[in-house]
Design a protein around this ligand. Sequence first.
Ligand code: CUA
Length: 167
Amino acid sequence: MSAPNDAKRTLHIDPYEKNWMRISIILVIVFAAAVTVAGFALGFQVPSPEERVDPNNLTGPWENPGLRELSPGVYELYVIGNATTWQFEPRDVEIPVDSTVTIYVTSRDIQHGFKLQDTNINMQILPGQVSKLTHVFEEAGEYPYICTEYCGVGHAAMFGNLTVVEK
Ligand code: CUA
């Protein structure tokens, strides 16, 4: 029978190795905490694939993209990425403050991105797929949206502006 001290000595872990093991464990704890804080305290959302559409034949609400009021203070916003004009359709949106807006995005052609400044809204725009995220606009101001996926020569010009106005 060997004493506990003997058992410890037989492990032969290099002190440097031990430190790297400690750092690795600390990193895993930090990452897990960051994901937990992002998901529950900061309200991060994962864009959900809402439905499939034919990018060459966008029908229904996509025929006339833009803002629709569903009930007082509740809106849905349809945004299309377009690499022929390198523009978002629509380019300008105006909503009253304290509105809840569900944003639906899709593409007419290739992959784009949709990031709305000063919010948690950041989605990939894929042809054939509709993605959606919801945000409550509690502060008036300008919320520019930009394309975050390189989509061609007009990529840098691909932006729009959402204005939240006082009631
Ligand atoms: Cu569209 Cu980059």
